[in-house]
Design a protein around this ligand. Structure first.
Ligand code: ATP
Ligand code: MG
Length: 573
């Protein structure tokens, strides 16, 4: 491809809304353009990379015995009502009506559609196991689309669904998928970790996530540093041991004290000369239409995913002022909320509260707190749960070693669904004894477009992208300087023909522009190998070769240049 004919509109400036390198670089390298919030055009360079990732995914899925299909984006609401998700998916589900006022869904994921297909087509244990997948556009009305294609409202996903006669077979195939996923991301040139994940809206019990290690990742992962243990989990899922100071004081009588304007933990502890760990703070959540008040030790936070598991709601978010006002009857006074005398729909205590001796709590009265709160004495029927958000330094739940944290980007996940969808949609089969049973299912997702962004997060420098060879938009960039020089044009043409004949995908920067401009653009778009043909190097009978991952270029003789270029290309990461 000749750059002068290609649509690769590179730009100098970082887009205003770009918070992470991959977003900025995808725009600057002319890979994609925003159409609306969370919706994008993929330009030729960007689309080539998406296709390369998709092809690796396809090859590895096929190797694992999965079969590619294509399901529709649009699906009738009835299927979603049958599974129950129509009622619980919340605002992320894109719903629309057709001209007959029938409800439809723009698929965010396809468990319903695939289970409907399989229940119609598969009847016997003889036809199982079966794994079907597709690579297709998904729609989700994300609360906060951001980071470019990393969290879009329309994005490309590979979603696979497997069907089994026994739970053992489901678990076995889950293991195959786990290996397949590790191979896929390794082939893409990404450094990933498999971590224990959270099953969220999809349901099911066992889930793992594939994380690309990146400081800008939205996910926080807690890991046991003891390699023989290896516990690794997202902060949504992680359990752990929270340390607490042994108090050597006896419980004292409760006392109400005037704390005017001291609404935050910082203010009240400074005022009463205590530490946050000597307080019990209230966090208020809206769980669907119910108010949940959760108490946790003042220096810690609540993990909404753990709360989700306890209250079994669907949408959980921090309660806003209007919602709290609508629940006035609960008696909660924001800023001064304490556990005594309130009546929310859910009143829960995290385990950490057990160890607070003579703590400070709100008095449910403006400008007042209670001191000397001891939960076992003051709330004898308190319900305790593990609701705390685990942090660095908490003990590993398996071996107790203090855990470390890192950030990651979730590029894929695998779930053991069990019979959640097959029971709801009656996807049954006849077993060897002719008994009718629900199929066991697994589901496995990969964010194809997110993987492209994650690859850039992991592989870039101050000047631009450094594509791993396997997913680069082009293999080699031929860069003639002084395009109207006859020797330069001739050598460029010869190298182009020879390398193309050998099967390499080339971009030739034939634009009539200054060398500095071309070098900058070459670094920005990140093709693994650059071959520069200039009158000066040709004068010495040489061309210049530079791997994008290296600082320096090397001059190689024209004689045997094709072999040397190919050899160097294959040493690129
Ligand atoms: P997240 O926690 O990031 O919202 P999720 O748990 O909702 O992800 P899944 O429903 O399991 O994700 O989707 C499978 C894969 O699709 C994810 O692992 C991720 O790579 C990708 N993905 C999910 N949401 C988006 C999005 N809004 N934009 C781009 N890719 C996404
Ligand atoms: Mg999500």
């Amino acid at each position: 491809m000749r750059w002068s004919r290609a649509l690769i509109p590179t730009v100098k400036e970082t887009p205003k809304d770009a918070e992470v390198a991959s977003h900025s670089l995808m725009v600057r390298a002319g890979m994609m353009r925003k159409v609306g919030a969370g919706i994008f055009n993929y330009l030729p360079l960007g689309w080539k990379v998406v296709q390369k990732v998709a092809q690796i995914v396809r090859e590895e899925m096929n190797k694992a015995g999965a079969q590619e299909i294509l399901m529709p984006v649009l699906s009738p609401a009835e299927l979603w009502m049958e599974s129950g998700r129509w009622f619980v998916y919340g605002k992320e589900l894109m719903r629309l009506k057709d001209r007959h006022e029938h409800d439809y869904v723009l698929g965010p994921t396809h468990e319903e559609v695939v289970t409907d297909l399989v229940r119609r087509e598969v009847q016997s244990y003889r036809e199982l196991p079966l794994c079907l997948y597709q690579i297709q556009t998904k729609f989700r009305d994300e609360v906060r689309p951001r980071f470019g294609v990393m969290r879009g409202r329309e994005f490309s996903m590979k979603d696979a669904y497997s069907f089994h006669a026994t739970p053992e077979d489901m678990v076995k195939y889950y293991g195959v998928m786990r290996d397949t996923y590790v191979n896929i991301f390794t082939r893409c040139g990404l450094d990933t970790r498999v971590v224990i994940g959270h099953s969220g809206a999809i349901g099911g019990k066992i889930a793992e996530e594939l994380m690309v290690l990146a400081d800008t990742g939205e996910s926080v992962v807690l890991a046991c540093p003891d390699a023989s243990c290896g516990y690794t989990a997202t902060d949504e899922t992680a359990h752990g041991v929270v340390t607490h100071a042994e108090a050597d004081e006896q419980p004292r009588p409760l006392e109400k004290i005037h704390t005017p304007g001291k609404e935050t933990i910082e203010d009240v502890t400074a005022f009463l000369k205590k530490t946050p760990a000597q307080t019990v703070k209230a966090l208020l959540f809206r769980c669907d239409d119910k108010l949940a008040v959760v108490f946790v030790r003042g220096d810690r936070d609540v993990n909404p995913a753990k709360l989700h598991a306890v209250v079994q709601g669907f949408e959980i978010e921090i309660a806003d002022a209007a919602f709290i006002e609508s629940k006035k009857a609960a008696g909660v006074v924001p800023g001064y909320c304490g556990p005594l005398g309130i009546k929310p729909e859910h009143l829960l205590f995290d385990e950490t509260v057990r160890h607070v001796v003579n703590g400070i709590v709100g008095a449910n009265e403006p400008d007042y707190h209670l001191v000397n709160f001891n939960v076992s004495r003051d709330v004898p029927d308190a319900q305790f749960h593990d609701l705390v958000l685990q942090v660095k330094g908490d003990g590993c739940p398996r071996c107790g070693t203090p855990m470390v944290t890192f950030r990651g980007i979730e590029v894929g996940n695998i779930f053991q669904l069990g019979t959640k969808y097959s029971e709801a949609l009656k996807a049954n089969f006849l077993d060897e004894g002719n008994a009718e049973k629900p199929m066991f299912m697994g589901c496995y997702g990969i964010g194809v477009t997110r993987t492209v962004a994650a690859a850039i997060e992991q592989h870039h420098d101050a000047n631009g992208i450094i594509w791993p060879r396997a997913i680069a938009p082009y293999d080699i960039l031929l860069q003639p300087l002084a395009v109207d020089n006859a020797d330069v044009a001739r050598v460029t043409g010869e190298l182009e023909a020879a390398l193309e004949k050998r099967g390499y995908d080339l971009l030739v920067d034939d634009r009539d522009a200054k060398p500095g401009f071309k070098f900058k653009d070459a670094d920005l778009i990140g093709i693994p190998l650059r071959v520069t043909i200039s009158p000066r190097s040709l004068g010495e009978g040489k061309v210049e070769v530079k791997r994008r991952c290296d600082e320096k270029a090397v001059l190689i003789p024209l004689e045997g240049a094709v072999e040397k270029i190919i050899e160097t290309y294959h040493t690129c990461p």
